[in-house]
Design a protein. Structure first.
Length: 463
């Protein structure tokens, strides 16, 4: 049996967070709870009493990175709790994959399991008794510990997914859609804005499906009824952001007709005119083989209508090239779609088989070289479209949120416009301001005149 620590010294927990923004918000919940209970964090494996590794299991590289990190934590510390998507994966031939690879881990949970992780922490490293902290409910506020810079934050509105896309194993790891109560989501959003957040990034597996699981139940917020529904949530988030001059950005939205109403809120500037829509493909037959949500929608016409209603709209998307059975003609359809839909920001994966995905059984797996070649051809077209759209901004003045500005920006800095989500899109490279009195501060907005482009980035002069 493993050693249980005496509660007389302040226990320290090491934490490694891997994976997507959704995993990051799970990490934030666990760290918030650890802090609220008086645990300290350790920057090294060696200096910790135990280590928690929040893993990712989405693609093979992520699985390898997660398993390697668990191995490093075991070598450096020996007392390791594993949580996250990889924790929910089975090994070939049955049993838990993490336990099969690393039998000495103390505990393994799936994603979104703060309480189970805390139970495991308590049994291997009892919580310190703090008579004051124990009496203060919610001592760390509704917003909790954040792993993002102070000026932006992810807001997770639901967990899991009701779809069954054939290339994806998320539903098997995270389960069906569970929407957070709308009152809780808005409470967290308000705390984040009050805590200085200037950009709120709404995330989930399927933001447009928010509330489907609870039949769009009416919840309460500030004594008023609010429906658990994307449109009502977005309206309320825009209302909360306005007094702080903050941005609300929407990720993982599917092109359902209901999104049209959200575009109207973007056109009036209520929330950012930015939509992250993971199309994955354009050809109806490929979308059917992928079992994509909204695969019957006429996506090109829909985007055109969105752009008519909101000309500033920026569309980001991800795609898969070389899906099983993809013909050259189907692939050409995809290239035409990216050109015609004028996708502002596109990412593309060459299809790769994920353990446990239904698509592995589909006929017509393409050779790796062909999948990679199509990905490269796709990216060449996507970059052409993207850079042409960027060049159209030269001469405009835009609002830019400053992410970095050493020396108050005297030598310039780096920021983002409404068209750039952190980590995944480009940036605005800020030149030193001409006016000597003008300074740039991280987490604040500046106006900037776009003077050029540089790859995926804009170059701008703060004004
Ligand atoms: S919509 Fe499809 S790809 Fe996205 S999480 Fe659900 S099953 Fe996976």
């Amino acid at each position: 049996m493993s050693e249980v620590l005496s509660p007389t010294k302040t226990p320290k927990v090491g934490f490694v967070s891997l994976g997507c923004p959704k995993a990051l918000t799970d990490s934030e919940l666990i760290l918030t709870q650890l802090s609220a209970e008086g645990y300290q964090t350790s920057k090294t494996f060696e200096g910790a009493d135990l280590v928690i590794v929040n893993t990712c299991g989405f693609i093979d590289d992520a699985v390898k990175e997660s398993l390697d990190t668990i191995g490093e934590a075991l070598a450096g510390n020996g007392r390791v709790i594993v949580t996250g998507c990889l924790g929910a994966r089975s090994a070939e031939g049955g049993g838990n994959l993490v336990r099969a690879m690393h039998p000495s881990v103390l505990a393994v949970t799936g994603p979104h399991a703060t309480q189970e992780v805390m139970d495991a922490v308590h049994s291997h490293c009892p919580k310190p008794h703090d008579p004051f902290m124990d009496l203060v409910p919610g001592a760390f506020g509704e917003a909790g510990v954040k792993l993002t810079p102070r000026h932006y934050a992810y807001l997770k509105i639901s967990e899991g997914c009701n779809h069954r896309c054939t290339f994806c194993i998320i539903p098997s790891m995270r389960g069906d859609l569970v929407s957070r109560p709308v009152g809780d989501v808005l409470k967290e959003a308000r705390a984040l804005f009050e805590g200085g957040v200037k950009e709120l990034l709404v995330i989930s597996q399927d933001t447009s499906a928010y509330g489907v699981d609870v039949k769009y139940r009416t919840g309460f917020w500030d004594g008023r009824p609010v429906k658990t529904r994307m449109l009502d949530l977005v309206q309320a988030l825009g209302d909360l952001a306005a007094p702080h001059g903050a941005w609300v950005r929407l990720h993982y939205v599917y092109p359902y007709p209901s999104v049209d109403e959200v575009i109207a809120l973007m056109a009036t500037g209520h929330v950012l005119p930015y939509l992250d829509v993971p199309f994955q493909h354009s050809h109806p037959d490929v979308l059917k083989r992928m079992k994509r949500p909204a695969s019957g929608e006429k996506n090109l016409e829909r985007i055109e209508r969105w752009r008519d209603a909101c000309p500033e709209l920026v569309v980001r998307s991800t795609f898969i090239a070389g899906f099983p059975g993809e013909t050259e003609e189907e692939f050409q359809h995809l290239l035409d779609f990216v050109r015609e839909a004028q996708i502002d920001r596109a990412g593309c994966f060459a299809y790769s088989a994920v353990d446990g995905a239904a698509a592995n059984e589909l006929p017509g797996m393409l050779p790796l070289e062909l999948r990679e070649e199509r990905r490269a051809r796709f990216m060449a077209v996507a970059e052409e479209v993207s850079t042409a759209r960027l060049r159209r901004r030269v001469g405009a003045t835009m609002q830019v949120l400053v992410d970095a500005a050493p020396g108050l920006g005297r030598k310039g800095g780096v920021g983002r416009s409404y068209a750039d989500a952190p980590e995944i899109d480009g940036t605005v490279q800020l030149l030193p301001p001409e006016k000597i009195s003008k300074t740039l501060k991280v987490g604040e907005f500046t106006r900037a005149r776009i003077v050029g482009t540089q790859g995926h980035d804009l170059v701008a002069l703060p004004v």
